[in-house]
Design a protein around this ligand. Structure first.
Ligand SMILES: Cc1ncc(COP(=O)(O)O)c(C=O)c1O
Length: 417
């Protein structure tokens, strides 16, 4: 029997993130049709695939390919990409970033592992600090990355009912208190799993509060502006000296190339660069090099506006229509869909747990994510946590429609109808 260190033991327990990634693997290898409303895989946007194919072909034809695969980049990331990105963000949003404010990582998930552990956990003076999520439900990937005990705490939102079958979570600022024990505040915008977009007003309040307490504000922009722009409400991106803005190439359609981006004050970027060097030597350069000229030429903006956003927006609308059709007669609420690639559905009074519902759906070859995984660090009992599911609408329409139909059947059965 292998004897593991605390670090080794830390990764042995079953976690929501691992289950999600294993379910995704099962979809690829099972050999039978599975309705995949589970993982966070982006959809296949044909125009984007064509663009990346063309870029790859050019790189082969022009002899750049050998340089790409045959060299380590520096640990901060692919410099031409970093320089182009700093200029794009400054052009679009009037920011004053230098290349020294940007580093790349092997995906946002790796960024959070570094940033959370860099800021939270035990300090040299014995204090223990945590990452505070001002709004739950929040991204499942944050739940398990902390190496220290109790690294995530979160706050219950207020629930605003928006109509017969719609609602929206809002930050409860009365409950949001920052003290010395808060290492950083973190929010995804748009939010995975709910499709919520924290409003400009909420973000301004968060920015002011964190600035006053000299606390970093981590904004996870995996679905946001300027790319991939899977955001259906009109909001403004922000950056400030104390903001750590995390981005990713995954939802552009490149999750396999594992490219995350961190934009922050220079000392944080230097720290990320060191972790990159120590744990990985360097990141892969393929993703950065494939999108670099789209960023240099601003084409990335048109590509996201013309192809990515409409692709997901029409899927989101269609999936909501199917929910309204197949959940008819059930007490249900969908979260207002303002971005990202998921529907979040709440079945008040659900007589079985969300985990049991997940299992029953899996038996019927429908993969979803049980909602209770998305409330990391929340104190106190709240039935709501066991009454929700996350449904991805990114995959093919037939699977999504059939999946939603079967969810309707199983929920009805659970209610004994
Ligand atoms: C909110 C959010 N942040 C980060 C990530 C991770 O992205 P990456 O593929 O860059 O690790 C995801 C992936 O689904 C996400 O939904």
């Amino acid at each position: 029997m292998t004897r593991y260190s605390k670090f080794g033991e830390r990764f042995r327990a079953q976690t929501g993130t691992r289950q999600l990634m294993e379910d995704l693997g099962e979809v690829l290898t099972s050999g039978r049709p599975i309705m995949n409303l589970g993982g966070g895989n982006p959809g296949t946007v044909p125009e984007l695939v064509a663009i990346f194919r063309e870029r790859m072909q050019q790189s082969l034809d022009q002899g750049k390919f050998e340089g790409l695969i045959g060299n380590y980049d520096g640990p901060q990331g692919h410099q031409p990409f970093i320089e182009a990105l700093a200029k794009l963000l400054n052009r679009r949003f009037g920011w004053a970033l230098k290349p020294t404010n940007i580093a790349t990582t092997s995906g946002s998930q790796a960024s959070f592992f570094m940033i959370f552990n860099m800021l939270a956990g035990p300090l040299a003076n014995g204090e223990n600090r945590h990452i505070l999520l001002p709004l739950t439900p929040e991204y499942i990937g944050y739940a398990d990355v902390g190496l220290g005990p109790d690294m995530i705490r979160s706050i219950r939102p207020t629930v605003e009912i928006l109509g017969e079958h719609r609602f929206k979570y809002r930050i409860d600022f009365d409950a949001l208190k920052l003290g010395r024990e808060v290492a950083a505040v973190c929010v995804s915008r748009p939010t995975n799993p709910t499709g919520n977009v924290v409003t400009d007003d909420e973000l301004t309040q968060l920015l002011d509060l964190t600035a006053r307490h000299n606390t970093p504000l981590i904004i996870d922009n995996a679905y946001g502006l300027p790319f991939p722009n899977i955001i259906f409400s009109d909001v403004t991106p922000v950056f400030a000296e104390h903001v750590i803005l995390c981005m990713s190439l995954s939802k552009l359609g490149l999750p396999g190339l594992r490219t995350g981006i961190v934009i922050a004050a220079e000392d944080i970027i230097q720290n990320i660069t060191s972790v990159n060097a120590i744990t990985m030597l360097a990141n892969g350069a393929m993703g950065a090099s494939l999108v670099r000229d789209l960023i240099e030429s601003d084409e990335i903006i048109g590509v996201c506006d013309s192809y990515i956003k409409p692709f997901y927006q029409s899927k989101a609308e269609q999936a909501q229509e199917w929910c309204d059709q197949y959940f008819d007669g059930i007490d249900y609420y969908l979260h207002k869909t303002e971005g990202a690639i998921f529907l979040w559905v709440w079945f008040p009074g659900l007589p079985i747990s969300d985990i049991e519902l997940y299992e029953r759906l899996k038996q019927r070859d429908v993969l979803v994510l049980a909602g209770s995984y998305f409330f990391p660090g929340l104190d106190g009992e709240w039935d709501h946590c066991r009454e929700c599911l996350r449904l991805s609408y990114a995959q093919d329409a037939d699977s999504v429609r059939t999946g939603i139909e079967i969810i309707g059947e199983e929920v009805r059965r659970a209610f004994g109808r």
